[in-house]
Design a protein around this ligand. Structure first.
Ligand code: FES
Length: 138
């Protein structure tokens, strides 16, 4: 199994690790099969994601994809963050082995879970905006 240099870089030197105190949205998602868990913290100001941090208890690819996902959404609007797909994360990392694609889905869903929480805290039903937040099954 081969990992790209970017994956190795984000695994050995992950960006945005940690928690945000007073986060505006906190999401958590886990994969029942592998047992990996990802927690995502967002700071949101006027519809813009001003900060994103994560804590991942999981495999190297889960750490690399959460690191990249936080980098991709920082400074973006909520709308753009909602468009972030796991494919975009994989592409930004120059690819992932097929058996590790589900790790990138975890990162995608962790972002959506945090955005759901953000809307819930605003008293807004997140379902029509964010959709169903689901755990990858593989
Ligand atoms: Fe489960 Fe990577 S093996 S997230």
């Amino acid at each position: 199994m081969m990992y790209s240099e970017k994956v190795m870089d984000h695994f050995t030197n992950p960006r945005n690790v940690g928690e945000i105190e007073n986060a505006d949205g906190v999401g958590e998602i886990g994969n029942a099969k592998c047992g990996d868990i990802m927690k995502m913290y967002l700071k949101i100001d006027n519809g813009t994601i001003t900060d994103a941090k994560f804590k991942t208890f999981g495999c190297g690819a889960a750490i690399a994809t959460s690191s990249m996902a936080t980098e991709l959404i920082k400074g973006k609007s909520i709308d753009d963050a909602l468009k972030l797909t796991n494919d975009a994360v994989v592409e930004a990392l120059d690819g992932l082995p097929a058996v590790k694609i589900h790790c990138s889905v975890l990162a995608e869903q962790a972002v959506r879970s945090a955005l759901s929480d953000y809307y819930t805290r605003q008293g807004i039903d997140p379902l029509p905006i964010v959709g169903e937040v689901h755990m990858p099954e593989e």
